[in-house]
Design a protein around this ligand. Structure first.
Ligand SMILES: [Zn+2]
Length: 224
């Protein structure tokens, strides 16, 4: 069998591909898996076949792949370790939220269940990581909820930032500098189709113009 960190990275990529599927789609295209992992389609196919033989995924040649229940549970546990480690690095170690992802990518494969349980307890059984990503429970299950992005949410409605879906350090610094971190209150003033941008009114009535691509990575929910 292949090294477990490789298996875990495949499970995670397929899992995240599944949550990004359009309504009604069942299988994650192999091209998506290959590009998410930075490998050739041939390599991805070989690995996915091995996952299918181990009962962790269903593979349909020329179509795509989907995790089995066992595969989803394992993927959920990898994400649980990743997100708890990120929160630990920020809250306990005092690291910045834009510098923890790469370390978490390594540590998610090696921290023991005992250590993760201890971190979870120490942090007060948190539900979200510093980027607003939900932390799966000890069974690897995630409470899925649909969130609108700044591109799709209602205009002139009180909103709150819930989740940032891009962990690129430069992007996270942009978010921080503009006071758009999870928990921050804002309102969309309008969208400009010609400029392909969204105008947001944030903290202290500050007006910020955000490009459409960036706006799609900022998830929000109505402020109750
Ligand atoms: Zn991360």
């Amino acid at each position: 069998m292949l090294p477990s960190s490789t298996v875990e990275n495949y499970l995670k990529a397929i899992y995240q591909g599944q949550s990004a599927l359009a309504d009604g789609a069942r299988l994650v295209p192999m091209g998506h898996v290959a590009s998410a992992l930075g490998v050739t389609p041939g390599t991805a196919t070989t690995m996915v076949k091995a996952l299918a033989e181990s009962g962790l995924a269903e593979y349909e040649p020329y179509t795509g792949v989907r995790l089995s229940a066992a595969g989803e549970r394992l993927a959920g546990l990898v994400l649980r370790r990743h997100r708890l480690v990120e929160l630990f690095l920020v809250q306990v170690m005092g690291m910045k939220w834009d510098e923890v992802h790469d370390d978490a990518e390594q540590l998610e494969h090696v921290v023991s269940e005992r250590l993760i349980e201890r971190i979870d307890e120490m942090l007060g059984r948190p539900t979200h990581d510093p980027h607003g990503d939900p932390i799966p429970d000890p069974e690897g299950a995630i409470a899925q909820r649909h969130l609108e992005s700044l591109l799709t949410c209602p205009i002139r409605t009180p909103l709150k930032v819930t989740r940032i879906t891009d962990q690129d350090p430069a992007f996270l610094r942009f978010i921080e500098q503009n006071e758009l971190k999870p928990g921050q209150e804002l309102e969309v003033e309008g969208r400009d189709a010609a400029a392909d941008s969204v105008v947001v009114r944030g903290k202290g009535q500050r007006r910020i113009s955000i490009g459409a691509r960036a706006a799609s990575k900022l998830l929000v929910e109505p402020r109750g």
